[in-house]
Design a protein around this ligand. Structure first.
Ligand code: NAP
Length: 514
């Protein structure tokens, strides 16, 4: 069956899925920046004319002989867009082979519907991947083993070179079970589909899959990560069993800047480690995957910051009273130790800008971040005032830090050394909102915990009154850098990490203003 170098070029495969031939070419050129293995999704092209155009031009481009093109024409019931019959599907694959595609992907249903000689007539001149898709969910273990056996037999009897098994997995446990089918076999491609398993797509090659797929642009299956991100941010093709894994857990998690921050640090210090975003709905599923993925530590964000406390074997002195952790280090024997680096983040963001002892600090909001700010600044000797939407929550937090709860109506008459916005009001996409208006912003320094956008309406209003401001970006960087140092035991490359985050925020801003 397969040889040592099944995919002679790269093992990360860029998926070109475009409606027109011209658009497909644009995507091919983009994909070639990262990989020489490219899947052409012929079923995405909007008709026979566009398919002819693409295959015709493929034939003419001699340099494409260096590229491992995989021609795929996925039928609708296998998750694709092709309406034609199985014979039409095979005819199209035959044309793709004639145009110079060295590989074709043939669905198991198609293979089982045609006798060997008929299938060979269409596809024998190419190397062939036998594929199976199930979007409904993971079959039971015995059923999965049966499917793999059936595919391996077909591969052996029909002269296929590789098999691909793509299944929707709604837990990391199931995704790992699927990847297990590829372990120690050089010709099995395992694809755990679905948002929960997106990190497993990044780790697929490390976990034994012969190939991993990433769209150049539009996702063709749930949980896919774009090719540029997979290769540049996560270095997916270079991860090995020696690579240390870190990550962030939350729900939602897709907009987190933490992967950019931490991976920039690993790159700058040339550390063989990767930091991944885990969308976690079920904490026990994630905790169960820690030993299997050999996770060394993770950041924690909403909604798990409080709940995670009860799973820890120990935590730092502030995490308990605050009632939340944002960092976990996995120690020997999978023991979990929690930290609250938000606290350090607040102090570093305010360092040199304000003397805290004896000064009056108004905190807007009484949620998790407000608690971290209140305990940290109270410990530094500040006098804490809390104003939040729900008075009972303000009172509880004020009592915990020996401070005072204030009603919104009193703010116009008050005056503070520092006002901290610890509510999400003003965060993207509601950028034109401020938690309080100009007459209520009476202070020497204004600090917004929000970092998207870096300069919020609250900070702009404060600045227009001549008040000094501190952006949430400073806290985000400081809390993340502290996490990085806890996990690695090294001094963080602060400049590289800061530049990566600021560049991403600038990129987002220009994207939004288009
Ligand atoms: P949280 O636990 O959900 O608490 C949010 C607080 O804001 C609650 O007191 C809530 O009041 C209040 N609130 C929500 N919507 C409001 C509205 N429309 N008007 C007035 N008050 C409102 O959230 P969190 O974890 O504390 O996070 C708060 C903010 O801090 C977020 O924007 C987050 O991104 C930011 N943050 C930044 C960093 C950083 O590193 N820069 C770190 C952590 C958090 P109720 O209790 O009445 O709902």
């Amino acid at each position: 069956m397969a040889d040592e170098h099944l995919f002679r070029a790269d093992r990360v495969c860029g998926v070109v899925a475009a409606r027109t031939a011209a658009e497909a070419w644009r995507q091919i050129r983009e994909a070639l920046r990262y990989t020489a293995t490219i899947e052409l999704r012929l079923d995405w092209l909007t008709g026979a004319g566009e398919r002819r155009k693409l295959l015709g031009s493929l034939k003419k481009h001699r340099r494409n002989r260096q590229v491992s093109f995989i021609a795929t024409c996925r039928r609708q019931n296998a998750g694709g867009k092709f309406h034609g019959s199985m014979s039409d599907q095979l005819s199209l694959l035959r044309s793709a082979i004639a145009a110079g595609c060295p590989w074709v992907d043939v669905e198991m249903e198609t293979v089982e519907s045609f006798p060997a000689f008929a299938l060979d007539l269409y596809t024998a001149r190419a190397r062939r991947i036998l594929s199976f898709h199930d979007f409904r969910g993971m079959p039971h273990a015995a059923e999965l083993a049966g499917i793999v056996r059936r595919m391996e037999n077909l591969c052996a009897n029909r002269g296929f070179d590789a098999l691909k098994i793509a299944v929707t997995c709604n837990s990391l446990g199931k995704g790992l079970q699927l990847l297990e089918t590829a372990r120690e076999k050089r010709n099995v491609i395992a694809v755990p589909m679905g948002e929960t398993c997106a990190p497993l797509r990044i780790l697929a090659l490390r976990e034994g899959s012969a190939l991993s797929y990433a769209p150049v642009e539009e996702a063709t299956a749930p949980g896919q990560i774009r090719l540029a991100e997979l290769c540049r941010l996560y270095r997916s093709g270079r991860l090995t069993s020696a690579t240390c894994v870190y990550g962030v857990i939350g729900n939602p998690i897709v907009h987190s800047l933490s992967p950019i921050l931490h991976n920039a640090g690993f790159r700058a210090r040339k550390i063989d480690a990767v930091y991944l975003p885990f969308r976690v709905a079920d904490l026990s599923d994630f905790l169960g995957a820690i030993p299997r993925l050999r996770i060394g530590g993770f950041s924690v964000t909403l909604p798990h910051k409080q709940k995670l406390l009860r799973f820890l074997d120990g935590c730092d002195s502030l995490a308990k009273p605050i009632g939340a952790v944002n960092t976990v280090a996995v120690r020997a024997n999978e023991k979990l130790f929690g930290y609250n680096t938000d606290s350090l983040g607040v102090l570093r963001a305010l360092q040199g800008k304000l003397e805290l002892r004896g000064h009056r600090v108004l905190i807007l909001g009484a949620g998790g971040a407000a608690r971290a700010v209140a305990f940290t600044l109270a410990r530094e000797g500040a006098r804490i005032f809390i104003c939040s939407r729900t008075l009972s929550r303000s009172r509880r937090l004020a009592r915990d830090v020996h401070g005072q709860a204030l009603k919104r109506g009193t703010l116009r008459r008050g005056s503070f050394d520092l006002i901290v916005n610890a509510t999400p009001v003003g965060m993207h996409p509601r950028e034109n909102e401020s938690p309080i208006g100009p007459p209520e912003i009476n202070c020497a320094l204004a600090f917004d915990l929000i970092y998207r956008p870096p300069r919020t309406k609250f900070l702009r209003l404060a600045a227009s009154k001549g008040i000094r401001t501190v952006s949430g970006v400073e806290m985000f960087l400081a809390q993340g850098i502290a996490q990085w140092e806890i996990w690695t035991g090294l001094r963080a490359p602060v400049n590289a990490m800061r530049s990566a985050v600021l560049a991403a925020l600038r990129g987002e801003k220009s994207e939004l203003s288009k």
